[in-house]
Design a protein around this ligand. Sequence first.
Ligand code: AMP
Ligand code: MG
Length: 416
Amino acid sequence: MTRPTRRLEVVPLLGFDEAVRRVRAEARALDPVTVPLDEAYGRVLAETVVAPHPVPPFSCSTVDGFAVRADDVRSASPERPVELPVRGEVMAGDRGEVAIGDGEAARIMTGAPVPPGADAIVMLEWTSWDLDRVRVERSVSAGSFIRPRGEDLSAGDRILEPGHRLGPAEQGVLASIGRRKVSVFPPPRVAVLTTGDELLDPEEELVPGKIRDSNRWTLAGQVREAGGVLLDLGAGRDDRSVLRDRVERSRAADVLLTSGGVSVGDRDRMQEVLESVGFRTIFWRVASSPGKPLLFGRLGQTLVFGLPGNPVSSMVAFEAFVRPTLRRLQGDPRPERPRRRAEVMGEITGPANRRHFARVRVTSQAEGLVVREVEPRGSGNLRSMIRANGLAILPEGVERVRSGDEVEVLLLGTPD
Ligand code: AMP
Ligand code: MG
């Protein structure tokens, strides 16, 4: 009698670049929404913004001093000041009811509208004055210390185009033209589900055989950092009906991230569970290191990434595939982390024929960026990610780089 033998049958690894292409093909910007200005920070603009009026809306003084006609003070000097009667004063916020005529002046403050009749401002420091007379000690040319109407923006100027990310300056400019609402791409809603019979919450007591669920927390942070809105589905046991219930709760999300259960273990059931509720697999298993068992596909409108359970693999697969996707859904025209060339210190090794991402510490030196691998290397060692501020990329076919070699590095943070 022969004993039954089992043989693992798995699909071949998909090329890394092809996997990126397939993910990219599914990631289109979400439908724009109109939001109040105070909710627009960090969002990507979905409309062209045109200035409805000039900024500043009127010509104003850039200094505290006296509004004059340049012609009247042409001969002024410290030795031979020109004395002018003061017709009144204009404060910032005044409507501009004061006007001056030939041979007259008006007291004016920074930001106040230049009174009709005046064509220059003399700084306070170049004058002496009392209540109704000013002695001007220097000449000024027409236009001096006047910020002309429309200097910053003219009516009809196209200020911002779709695809522009709104930061502090953009918010200020939008406010300066009186915009209270703006059309932007919304943040993607990202459901996160971790799986594994061994997982405990931080507050649970550590018992033999169990570990604490860290991916739920790293993924939550990564989602937030990428600009997504988190929908926490908690940790599910490796049980088909439990997982199916959790997955069903992700229907309203734009993206579902699952963690664990996508490898070839007996309880790796994620793909099967997902497919039982209508998931369409686009690929499973990529020539990536770490992150090989990555599963990707669609569940209705929801993009699904089945991330590997190993904490570092999960984080790296997120960086390689999920983060750029979340940025694309937000309309970001530059969804990728910056990439730089860097010199290797020490040695970095990776597997043959897979794209390898090595956790590295990136430092900025006079000659350029230098990277050194962060230890310990195993993909369960999450602590290494605290030190890592970059991922050095070893392309397929490169198994080893040494001191002095150049690599491409994905910057996760600012180099030292
Ligand atoms: P899996 O992908 O489910 O086979 O898990 C691979 C490894 O990652 C195992 O050692 C798991 O115990 C571990 N792991 C899975 N999920 C998590 C998690 N959420 N937090 C920390 N470790 C995990
Ligand atoms: Mg598992």
